[in-house]
Design a protein around this ligand. Structure first.
Ligand code: OAD
Ligand code: ZN
Length: 240
C-alpha cells in the first residue's frame, strides 16, 4: 500500500479507467440495475441496440429520458471529486477514461475525460451527426429534433454492436500504454476495451491498482486490489 501510494504520487503518467461502480454512491443504478419498475421486462440489449431503436425509437428514448432525469438529479460523489482533485494537482500526468455515460466526472471538475460509451445527457443528429445537450427532461420531445437541421436525434451513447468512438479509444490505448500507474475503479472489466487496457500497462512494467468491492478478471494481474468502494479506496490511496 505504501509503495503504491508512493508510485502514484511520483508517476509522470497515470491512466484511470472508471465504470459504473464509481457512480454507485451517487445513487445511479448500474446498467443492469436500471431494469426496474416499468422496464423490468426488458433486457438492456432490448433497449440499447440499433435494432431496438429502429423498431421503436420512442420507447428507447423514454428509457433514456428516465435515466437522464436520474443523472441530472444525482450529484458527483467523493470518488468523482478525488479524481478531479488529482487532475488539478497534476494536470499533465493524468488521463481519465470512463465507461460511464452520466457526465458526473465533468460535473465534479475533471477536464480531461475520454468517454468510451458516449454521454447520456446529449443527443446526436442521425443526419448531420452534430450533438446537442438534452435540456429540460420534463419538456423533452421524443425523439428531439436537431437544432441545426431539424432531423430526429438519437441518444449520444454507444449501443450493443456499435463501435466505440475511435478518438476516445486511441487516447485510452496511448494513455494506458504510457502509464506508470493504471488505476481501474468500479468496473466489472468484462467488456472490451476495459478488459485489456490495464493489461497494456502491466506488460510495460507499470503498476496496476484496482478498486472494486468484488474480484474481477483484472484482479489476477493487478499489483494491488483494494476490495472496497470507490471513494474509500481512492482516499486510502490519495489522502495525505
Ligand atoms: P458493471 O455494472 O458491469 O460493473 C460495476 C462494477 O462496480 C462491478 O464490478 C461492482 O463490483 C463494482 N462496484 C459496485 N459498487 C461499487 C463501489 N461502491 N465502488 C466501486 N466499485 C463498485 O459496470 P461497468 O463495468 O461500468 O456498456 O460496465 C461496462 C459496460 O457494460 C457498460 O458501460 C455497458 C455494459 O454493457 C455499454 O452500454 C456499451
Ligand atoms: Zn442535424
Amino acid at each position: 500500500m505504501r509503495a503504491a501510494r508512493d508510485r502514484l504520487r511520483r508517476a509522470a503518467r497515470v491512466a484511470v479507467l472508471t465504470g459504473a461502480g464509481v457512480s454507485k454512491e451517487s445513487g445511479i443504478p448500474t446498467f443492469r440495475e436500471a431494469q426496474t419498475g416499468l422496464w423490468a421486462r426488458f433486457s438492456p440489449e432490448e433497449l440499447a441496440s440499433p435494432q431496438a431503436y429502429r423498431r421503436d425509437p420512442e420507447q428507447v428514448w423514454r428509457w433514456y429520458a428516465e435515466r437522464y432525469r436520474n443523472c441530472i438529479r444525482a450529484e458527483p460523489n467523493r470518488a468523482h471529486r478525488l479524481l478531479a482533485d488529482l487532475e488539478m494537482r497534476r494536470p499533465e500526468a493524468l488521463l481519465l477514461v470512463t465507461q460511464n455515460v452520466d457526465g458526473l466526472h465533468a460535473r465534479a471538475g475533471s477536464q480531461r475525460v475520454q468517454e468510451l460509451h458516449g454521454n447520456l445527457t446529449q443527443a446526436r443528429c442521425e443526419r448531420c451527426q452534430r450533438t446537442a445537450p438534452l435540456g429540460d427532461p420534463d419538456t423533452l420531445e421524443l425523439p428531439p429534433p436537431c437544432p441545426h437541421c431539424g432531423s430526429p436525434m438519437r441518444p449520444n451513447v454507444v449501443w450493443f454492436g456499435e463501435n466505440l468512438p475511435s478518438s476516445a479509444l486511441e487516447a485510452a490505448y496511448v494513455a494506458f500504454l504510457e502509464a506508470e500507474v493504471a488505476l481501474v475503479i468500479g468496473t466489472s472489466g468484462v467488456v472490451e476495451p476495459a478488459a485489456s487496457l490495464a493489461r497494456l500497462t502491466a506488460q510495460q512494467g507499470g503498476l496496476v491498482i484496482e478498486i472494486n468491492p468484488e474480484a474481477t478478471p483484472l484482479s489476477a494481474y493487478a499489483n494491488l486490489s483494494l476490495r472496497t468502494g470507490a471513494s474509500e479506496g481512492l482516499s486510502r490511496l490519495l489522502d495525505d
